[in-house]
Each structure stands twice: as C-alpha cells, then as structure tokens.
Design a protein around this ligand. Structure first.
Ligand code: NAP
Length: 248
C-alpha cells in the first residue's frame, strides 16, 4: 500500500532515541517534515543526521514536554514557522518502577507529569490550529501495560491507561473536524527502556510473547506511519496493539 506524507508537517515527541527516533525517521522518509522534540540536544542531532542519511528531513526542537508554559510557547512558534501542523505523535515517556508500597511521591508524579500531562500539553498546543485547518492526526503511544497491568508499574500503567481514555475522549471531541485521534500500544520493544530489565524478566517476557521475540522500534513506527496517512482516515479512537500477541 503506497503511503505518502509529502507536504505534511509532523511533530514527534521523544525523538532522540528508541521508538520516537524510529517514528521520526519513518515519517520523514515518507515525505513529512518532522519536528523532533526531546531534552537531549546531542541525541536529537543524531536523529536529524540519521533521517538525512535515509533521505528525510527532521528538525530538532529541544523541549521538556512536562513544562506546560514551555510547550505552549514552542508549539506557537512551530505553527508560525511551518504554517500548521498535520500530525502529532505523543511518544515521549518514562518509567520509574517500584512496588506501590515502596513508591515515592516523586516517582509517581514524574511519570504522570511526563506520560500523561505531557500529552495534554502538546495536544493543547496543536488542536486549535488543527480545527481551523479541518485536518489532523494525533497518535498517542500508550503501552500494553496500560491494558493488562504489570507489577512494579502502577504509576506507568495509570499513565498509559489514562492516555487511552484521553485518546478516546479527544477522538470524540474532534471527529466532526476531520481530526483522528488514535493510540498505539506496543508490547516489549528493544530500546533503552527495556534494556534496564533484568535478563530473567526479559526471558520470561519473551516466553510469554506468542511471536517469541521483542519488537523493533521500526515495527512500531510502521504502525504509526499508517495511522498518520490518508489511508487511515476512517479510524479514530482506536488502540492498535503492536505487541507480538502478548496482550490478546
Ligand atoms: P526510551 O528509549 O527511553 O526513549 C524515551 C524518549 O522520551 C527519549 O527520546 C526521551 O528523550 C524522551 N523523553 C522522556 N522524557 C521527556 C520529557 N520530559 N520531554 C521530552 N522528551 C522526553 O523509550 P522507548 O522505549 O523508545 O519508549 C517510547 C515510548 O513508547 C514511551 O512512551 C514508552 O512508554 C512507550 N513504550 C515503550 C515500550 C518498550 O518496550 N520500549 C513498550 C510500550 C510502550 P530525552 O531523554 O532526550 O528527553
């Protein structure tokens, strides 16, 4: 199926590594001009370089998505600079794992501030302008953990389940304006985030995945790219699991 994002302006959060980097490069290769956001400037610059190498264009915008005022200011300037935004991918996310009985308040707060409030901040930064242009695609990266839970991740699961409710509610708010809002729920994907897991946990997880392996960031990026195209125009409020079957 041919997919083209030519002339589209996309914002991808968490574009400095892992799944976000793969999404930024994929959307850029499909023809979009991608604004890549993250805190680490050097890592963002590497995403820009890799995109260029594969024939796409990513521009770096260093940003902490949990900073409401900072995001509002940056998004205003991105909209002004590019004349509009067609695609927003809320990918940036963190974990601060702990059993609830030991979890510190800052571990709870940091995860909610980044994973959930970060998406509130970025969506508020684009939806007015998307409504005006009567066109938009918002794709939120949630997790199978938000669907099936995981011990040690009550904060993360709450943020990701919250993002699913957020996705469906926003989809209903914006559907009449030709803006779709969907979520992609990865299972275990090989990135820095899963690198932190013990070998024992990785082996247990692999055994529990019907396809028998972790996913690659590019496999999540393919699903996101599809949802960003015109081919997905009749899909909204959906949670697309890209998880090797672990949460079926
Ligand atoms: P990762 O390798 O740890 O990358 C996380 C990205 O988020 C980085 O680019 C990081 O950039 C950015 N980020 C974190 N906090 C930020 C902030 N406050 N402001 C701006 N950017 C921020 O993680 P990943 O595995 O690629 O995960 C990407 C997304 O997929 C996350 O939402 C994660 O929850 C979700 N997910 C991952 C898996 C998995 O198995 N890997 C499974 C399910 C869902 P800086 O550090 O440069 O800011």
């Amino acid at each position: 199926m041919p997919m083209s994002l030519t002339d589209k302006i996309a914002i991808v959060t968490g574009a400095s590594r892992g799944i976000g980097r793969a999404i930024a490069i994929k959307l850029a290769r499909e023809g979009a001009l991608v604004c890549g956001l993250a805190r680490n400037r050097e890592a963002l610059a590497e995403t820009v370089r890799l995109a260029e190498e594969s024939g796409g264009k990513v521009q770096a915008y260093p940003c902490d998505i949990s900073d409401t005022a900072g995001v509002a200011e940056l998004f205003k300037s991105i909209v002004k600079e590019h004349g509009g935004v067609h695609i927003l991918v809320n990918n940036a996310g963190i974990t601060r794992d702990n059993l609830l009985m030991r979890m510190r308040v800052d571990e709870w707060d940091e995860v909610i501030q980044t994973n959930l409030k970060g998406s509130f901040n970025t969506c508020q930064g684009v939806i007015r302008q998307m409504v005006k242009q009567k066109q938009g695609r918002i794709i939120n990266i949630t997790s199978v953990v938000g669907i099936i839970g995981q011990p040690g991740q009550t904060n993360y699961a709450a943020s990701k389940a919250g993002l699913i409710g957020f996705t469906k509610s926003l989809a209903k708010e914006l559907a009449s304006r030709n803006i779709t809002v969907n979520a992609v729920a990865p299972g275990f994907v090989t990135t820095d985030m899963t690198d932190e897991l013990s070998e024992e946990l990785k082996n247990d997880a692999t055994r529990a995945i019907p396809l028998g392996r972790f996913g690659q960031p590019e496999e999540i990026a393919d699903a996101v790219a599809f949802l960003a195209t015109d081919n997905a125009g009749y899909i909204t409020g959906h949670v697309l699991q890209v998880d090797g079957g672990i949460a079926m």
